[in-house]
Design a protein around this ligand. Structure first.
Ligand code: HEC
Length: 171
């Protein structure tokens, strides 16, 4: 994992150097420190809770999607054409670092998307299962068939959806 993270972090250093033609050691040092901090902290997750995370790689593809809005290949999974909000988001930005929701947004409280809450018959008249979560991600329909108002739409492969749902089960 750390090797993979280092592999992905290396181009960042290369880019930073490219931006700084006169390879200044003064600039390189903080960049290297940052890279070290990021790669040695794979499991830290977010400290603040709701901001987009600069870290690009987490332990699994599902967690990476949840926390960054991109998959492990770096593909942005938000369908920006279909989204009212044109800035790329992660699930964690709106639903929180632990998926439990609770913030106010679009005049409503953002719901929990932890699988155990989504699938709880006490919380949803039609409990979510994997297929209903996939339908939500494809068509912005809630489990009872009503239209969700989130401002964001997604375009994910079946594998990305499966990996993301597997991660929601760990929350
Ligand atoms: C821009 C903020 C935002 C982002 C980003 C976002 N959501 Fe949401 N999400 C919401 C809001 C607001 C609702 C409630 C919508 C409603 O009730 O109409 C919601 C609802 C949901 C629901 C339905 C929950 C229920 O109670 O029926 C699921 C499932 C869900 N989001 C999953 C995700 C996943 C997975 C991601 C990341 C791929 C994500 N969301 C990213 C704001 C967001």
């Amino acid at each position: 994992m750390v090797l993979l993270a280092l592999g992905l972090a290396a181009p960042t250093v290369a880019r930073a150097q490219a931006l700084q033609p006169r390879k200044s050691p003064v600039l390189l040092l903080p960049v290297l420190t940052l890279v070290t901090a990021l790669t040695s902290c794979n499991q830290c997750g977010m400290t603040g809770g709701s901001m987009m995370n600069d870290q690009t790689v987490f332990a699994t593809n599902g967690e990476t999607i949840f926390r960054t809005g991109k998959n492990l290949k770096g593909v942005v999974l938000q369908d920006l054409d279909r989204s009212e909000m044109k800035m790329a988001h992660s699930c964690a930005m709106c639903h929180g670092a632990n998926g439990a929701g609770g913030m106010m947004m679009m005049m409503r409280t953002v719901p929990s998307i932890r699988f155990k809450d989504l699938s709880d018959p006490a919380k949803h008249s039609v409990p979510y299962n994997e297929d209903l979560i996939k339908r939500f991600l494809d068509e912005e329909l809630k489990s009872d068939g009503s239209v969700a108002v989130t401002g964001v739409a997604w375009k994910m492969s079946e594998k990305d959806k499966d990996d993301l749902i597997d991660f929601l089960k760990t929350l």
